[in-house]
Design a protein around this ligand. Structure first.
Ligand SMILES: CCC/C=C/C(=O)SCCNC(=O)CCNC(=O)[C@H](O)C(C)(C)COP(=O)([O-])OP(=O)([O-])OC[C@H]1O[C@@H](n2cnc3c(N)ncnc32)[C@H](O)[C@@H]1OP(=O)([O-])[O-]
Ligand SMILES: Cc1cc2nc3c(=O)[nH]c(=O)nc-3n(C[C@H](O)[C@H](O)[C@H](O)COP(=O)(O)OP(=O)(O)OC[C@H]3O[C@@H](n4cnc5c(N)ncnc54)[C@H](O)[C@@H]3O)c2cc1C
Length: 621
């Protein structure tokens, strides 16, 4: 309750819907069955939206968490990218025309950007939209094999509309990437419209319930009014006008999703995995701690605590950081709407950096949770494989993580360069303008301030060194691009250090804001553990310049270990506090009632391989 905010009423509503909680077991279905089953739930979800008057993106998200547990439905790209792009990039008229239909699900859309040959390098995309003033149409075309659109979710079979990112050509001149609203399928027959070749791209690592698709345009005409015209317009006679000098406004949909992924994918995914692994570790008994005494709960082994409690601390940290990231997004986006675009670069940098940092950490953490569950963690019944395959997609989509860290680093280098020239930084990078202490103030008290300061020091030093190294590479004769590439490992590490500091700082501020002393103490322990593990895992970064000495490092280790015992009595309560319903976890190991073995046995008996099947029987006879 403490952490969920407004989500509970919508979750409770969704949990009352029988269709969401029951039905065939996901693990026993083929991909096609999973897809069909998801579509049935999509239709029911749409009916529920109408019945409960659900329009707001956040309200729907809570509902979706129950309707589509640990998976992405075809509604993801529709509500997460298609509608937001219409709202953010469309003119008032365009918003009036398409948004109400989309919100009522009368049209279903997706976001069509990536191509067979390019995903990361948006400026390298090849699909063209050539304006013809005679017909007042844009002609969309896929000129090469590599220009075929590839990956958009829901494109394969489901969506009848899409926002297509294409290069705008007028009179032979290339005006760069622009968004176009394109009807893809007939609203009557659902067949692809003539001039479009489209389908599903085939099975993937996860995302079984989504028909990621391909799309090839063969000189396909769309009306002039279908270019989203909030920031740039093409008049009937082909005159091009624009309201902004910043071409990156057309990248707005990506910033939105990156900002949401921190909480919705990384935060939720890791919190669920921790819930499963910690609950199960309290149920599972194994081996002997003391001779002739009952077998202990595996959660009592220090090594098990050492595996799981830092991940629990990380789950809380990512969760809080995700909530903060959403707040920042909406705040800066409102400023942008009022014409104040000064903070767009910072928003781009922090959303890119945190998206990369948290999805990578969560992905690694979910897998560690699975390993911590031993053999049963390897079973689909644990629910962990499904959580992993879907959450780890977040490391790639919406900007591959290394590339996103480099975008964050680019901003940090700009800011650091500015500081050297006397400019004062603000917001998430204001510390780059501070005098940073060269000696660590950590004592055995481990105040949150002293821990955050240690991360501040590390980030500031690594950013400074990355910048100086870049300058040295250029001074020794490399051009700026080669220097960047030769420095890119160092740059990604500097960006990670910045994001790490930001996350510790957010956690610290949450702890300070809690009024209940008991809750505050418990959260302080988690925050300390997060920071201490961060210091130990990256100890080289903290000792390299003599900031931290060996004695302090020893203190860090001792405190880390003592925190494990301090957290142990509250560990199960701390995961219960995430308040995931069993339906949302989809895990026998993580069941709230702890009735693991009985249900594992029941589940195994239901597996299709145990059903009489002629061919298998004949082969084995
Ligand atoms: C459910 C799953 C759904 C999934 C959906 C998807 O995956 S959809 C598909 C998702 N696909 C992806 O996510 C694709 C990932 N790729 C990209 O987003 C871009 O290609 C890029 C950002 C990597 C480079 O872009 P580029 O080559 O155009 O730019 P550059 O590097 O030359 O930098 C020039 C300047 O622009 C700045 N700037 C850049 N972006 C932004 C921004 N958004 N805002 C503001 N500013 C931005 C940058 O900081 C720099 O500023 P400086 O230093 O000059 O002051
Ligand atoms: C599950 C899923 C859903 C998706 N949904 C959609 C969707 O709805 N709509 C859509 O349009 N797209 C979608 N995508 C596509 C996705 O956005 C791209 O796959 C993603 O942006 C990565 O681009 P890429 O595939 O070109 O990777 P690549 O860029 O080819 O990455 C391969 C490797 O090259 C490295 N690399 C590339 N460029 C650089 C560089 N400049 N510097 C250093 N290293 C570099 C990367 O770090 C990586 O290690 C989806 C993808 C997935 C996996």
């Amino acid at each position: 309750m403490l952490f969920k905010g407004g989500g509970l009423p919508h979750e409770s509503l969704a949990l009352q819907e029988k269709l969401f909680g029951a039905g065939p077991d996901y693990n026993f279905m083929t991909r096609i069955e999973r897809f069909k089953n998801s579509l049935v739930r999509v239709q029911h979800f749409i009916r529920c939206c109408a019945r409960y008057n659900l329009h707001d993106h956040a309200d729907k998200k809570w509902f979706e968490g129950v309707a589509f547990p640990n998976e992405v439905s075809v509604l993801g790209p529709h509500s997460g990218m298609f509608i937001p792009t219409l709202k953010e990039q469309g003119s008032e008229e365009q918003i009036q025309k398409w948004v109400p239909q989309a919100e009522k699900h009368q049209i279903m859309g997706t976001y069509i950007q990536t191509e067979l040959g390019h995903g990361t390098f948006v400026r390298g995309l090849e699909t063209t939209a050539t304006y013809d003033p005679k017909t007042e149409e844009f002609i969309l075309n896929s000129p090469t094999l590599t220009s075929i659109k590839w990956w958009p979710g829901g494109l394969g079979r489901t969506c009848n509309f899409g926002i297509v990112m294409a290069l705008l050509y007028i009179d032979g001149k290339n005006y760069g990437m622009h968004p176009f609203v394109v009807q893809l399928r007939s609203l009557k027959t659902h067949e692809p419209l003539p001039g479009l070749t489209m389908g599903d791209i085939g099975p993937k690592f996860g995302f079984d319930t989504v028909d990621n698709g391909y799309l090839q345009f063969n000189h396909f005409g769309i009306p002039r009014e279908n270019m989203l015209m909030k920031y740039c317009q093409v008049l009937k006679n082909g005159t091009y006008t624009k309201q902004t000098r910043n071409p990156k406004f057309s990248y707005g949909a990506m910033i939105f999703v990156r900002s949401m992924v921190v909480y919705e994918v990384a935060g939720q995914g890791l919190a669920k995995a921790c819930t499963i692994a910690i609950r199960y570790s309290a149920i599972r008994r194994q081996s002997e701690l003391k001779k002739s005494r009952p077998e202990p709960q595996i959660l009592d082994y220090q090594t098990q605590q050492y595996k799981l409690f830092p991940l629990l601390a990380l789950a809380y940290a990512v969760w809080f950081t995700g909530v903060r990231m959403k707040e920042i997004y909406f705040m800066v986006n409102n400023e942008i709407k009022q014409g104040h675009t000064e903070r767009l670069p910072e928003l781009h940098a922090i959303s890119s950096g945190l998206k990369a940092f948290t999805t990578s950490m969560a992905s690694w953490g979910i897998e560690r949770c699975r390993l911590a569950c031993g053999g049963h963690g390897y079973s689909a019944a644990s629910g962990l494989p499904k959580i992993y395959v879907n959450a780890t997609g977040g490391c790639t989509y919406e900007g591959e993580n290394t590339v996103m860290l480099l975008q964050c680093a680019r901003f940090l280098m700009n800011i650091y360069g500015g500081v050297k020239n006397g400019r004062r930084p603000s917001g998430s990078v204001n510390y780059l303008g501070e005098r940073i202490s060269s000696r660590c103030t950590l004592t055995s008290e481990f105040t949150l301030k002293s821990l955050a300061d240690a991360f501040k020091h590390r980030a500031a030093r690594m950013i400074k060194e990355a910048s100086e190294r870049l300058n040295r590479l250029q001074a020794s004769g490399n051009d700026p691009e080669d220097s960047w590439n030769l420095n890119s490992v160092v740059l990604t590490k500097a960006a990670e250090a910045h994001c790490h500091y930001y996350m510790v700082l957010v956690f610290e501020s949450v702890v300070e804001s809690v009024e209940d002393n008991c809750v505050k103490d418990i959260l302080r322990q988690l925050c300390q553990l997060l920071a201490l593990c961060g210091i130990q895992e990256n100890s080289g970064d903290f000792i390299q310049d003599g900031f931290l000495n060996n004695d302090q490092l020893e203190l860090v280790k001792q405190k880390q270990l003592s925190l494990l015992s301090e957290i142990r009595p509250n560990a199960v309560l701390l995961v219960d506090a995430f308040e995931f319903h069993d339906v949302q976890l989809g895990s026998i190991l993580g069941r709230f009632d702890g009735n693991v073995y009985e249900n594992l046995f029941k589940w195994a008996k239901k597996t299709p391989l145990n059903k009489p099947e002629d061919l298998i029987h004949r082969l084995l006879r």
